[in-house]
Design a protein around this ligand. Structure first.
Ligand code: DGL
Length: 267
């Protein structure tokens, strides 16, 4: 195995800014890691797309990104892309790929009632991948699923400094709690990376709920997979690259800077 270049970045990928919730956890554990964050704004939202559209789009796009940025590792910080296309991306790339899948395991480990919730995109919650996570990690438990596409847009506008309508958050929570057995629901997995960015608003809408997401587990996994590799002594300016136009991401500049992403480019 050739030695990894000290400056080789970690590449994060999502349809929009959702992956920042994952990046934040990774930055804490690897503070000087060079970062490239790619957002597929030309394809946002993923959650309303078909499986065929995601399959056709994500592996090809990641192929281009890997060729351009030569990352040491790729993190697909998007549950929708992973539950549909993770194995295809892994087969297509010759770098390690870390996926983000709904945090059903930590939810199952922390429920007291045996009723757990999953908030995700419409495309994610219907995947057989989610059935398999339930069988493997929450056998005998009840998993309530609800698609909350409005939360994707709410998170996008929050990071643009706009105040999203609070009824969006109560609607999302009621989508779970009003289902049969919803009164016993005590833990909800945020199965879309956009959702931890509006966790405070979701908590305000449903104070009794505990929320879990996969970001801490992903940070641990990246640390494990890069153990022994060299990192720069100091952190560098992170790169944010969008598949859309730069004008579309103008309003995100302040938020991106707060995550260390100061070089903003179009792919
Ligand atoms: N952030 C993405 C996820 O984790 C999807 C948002 C979207 O594009 O619909 O599923």
């Amino acid at each position: 195995m050739p030695a990894i270049d000290t400056d080789a970045p970690l590449l994060f990928f999502d349809s929009g800014i959702g992956g920042l919730s994952v990046l934040q956890a990774v930055r804490k554990s690897l503070p000087t890691a060079p970062i490239v964050y790619a957002a597929d704004y030309a394809g946002l939202p993923y959650g309303t797309k078909s499986e065929a559209e995601i399959m056709a789009r994500v592996p090809a796009l990641l192929g281009r990104l890997v060729e351009r940025y030569r990352p040491r590792l790729v993190t697909i910080a998007c549950n929708t892309a992973c539950t549909i296309a993770l194995s295809h991306v892994r087969a297509a790339l010759d770098v390690p790929v870390v996926g983000t899948v709904p945090a059903i395991k930590p939810a199952a480990e922390s429920t007291r009632t045996g009723v757990i919730g999953l908030l995700g995109t419409a495309a994610t919650i219907r995947q057989a991948y989610v059935d398999r996570l339930q069988t493997a990690h929450a056998p005998g438990m009840t998993l309530l699923r609800h698609a909350a596409p409005e939360l994707v847009h709410a998170a996008e506008s929050k990071l643009r400094g706009e105040a999203p309508d609070p009824s969006i958050f109560s609607r999302a929570m009621q989508g779970l709690t009003l289902l049969p057995d919803g009164d016993r629901l005590d833990v909800t997995a945020l199965g879309c990376t956009h959702f931890p960015l509006v966790q405070d608003e979701l908590s305000a809408a449903c104070p009794r709920m505990r929320f879990v997401d996969g970001s801490a587990g992903i940070a641990r996994r990246i640390r494990y997979l890069t153990a022994g590799q060299e990192w720069p002594a100091e952190s560098s300016e992170g790169v944010f690259v969008t598949t859309g136009s730069l004008a579309d991401v103008e309003g995100l500049q302040t938020a991106l800077h707060s995550y260390g992403l100061t070089q903003i480019k179009s792919l």
